[in-house]
Design a protein around this ligand. Structure first.
Ligand SMILES: CC(C)(COP(=O)(O)OP(=O)(O)OC[C@H]1O[C@@H](n2cnc3c(N)ncnc32)[C@H](O)[C@@H]1OP(=O)(O)O)[C@@H](O)C(=O)NCCC(=O)NCCS
Length: 167
């Protein structure tokens, strides 16, 4: 971790979670993440790894939500989304290395981009897996494991997620 990153992340860790949203956005932008000034992002949000992040206007991201991945994947989040607390959005995974002489099953790290549309609501504690696209105005129920793409205007829930109904 570079010195700038260390300092910025230390400042974020000391800030009160739900205040100073503009300061939080300033600090995340210093780290290279492209977040609209009109967003509301809690200081406890963690954005980790060698990833590109784009978040459009008026999106909210709550307490202890994590955006992570590796190998230069991208997480793109539209406008007017509500992403609750303790949501995990990760665009990194591994090739399964089942060769007989391989010492670890989690092989080469790879990235699969994640795209979240506009006006989406993601409930508490959901997991959004690599490569998923979530359509506009979809609702992800609390605790869901989203391992497939979600059509627009659809409520999904469960592990693995199933369609609950269209809206
Ligand atoms: C997705 C949600 C909005 C659905 O609410 P709803 O339209 O009132 O739906 P219902 O409670 O009538 O449930 C409809 C079906 O979805 C299922 N369901 C609801 N929530 C679910 C969940 N979290 N995981 C899996 N299935 C769920 C219900 O069991 C029901 O299934 P059934 O028809 O087989 O009985 C709501 O359950 C939810 O998860 N809200 C998020 C809450 C949250 O995260 N709050 C944090 C602050 S943002």
């Amino acid at each position: 971790m570079g010195l700038k990153s260390l300092v910025v992340r230390s400042v974020l860790n000391t800030l009160p979670v739900i205040y100073f949203s503009k300061l939080n956005i300033f600090l995340f932008r210093l780290l290279g993440f492209n977040i609209s000034w009109s967003c509301r992002i809690y200081a406890s949000v963690k954005i980790r790894g060698n990833i590109k992040v784009n978040i459009s206007e008026n999106t909210f991201i709550g307490d202890e939500t994590v955006l992570t991945g590796g190998d230069f994947g991208e997480i793109r989040i539209g406008s007017h989304c509500d992403i609750s607390d303790k949501v995990s959005i990760f665009c990194g995974t591994h090739v399964i290395d089942s060769r007989p002489l391989s010492k670890r099953i989690a092989g080469k790290g790879i990235a699969k981009d994640i795209v979240i549309g506009n006006g989406v609501w993601i409930g508490y504690g959901a997991l959004i897996l690599p490569g998923v696209t979530i359509g506009d105005f979809a609702v992800i129920a609390a605790g869901s494991v989203v391992n497939k793409s979600v059509p627009s205007r659809t409520i999904v829930g469960g592990n693995p997620m199933k369609i609950i109904r269209s809206i």
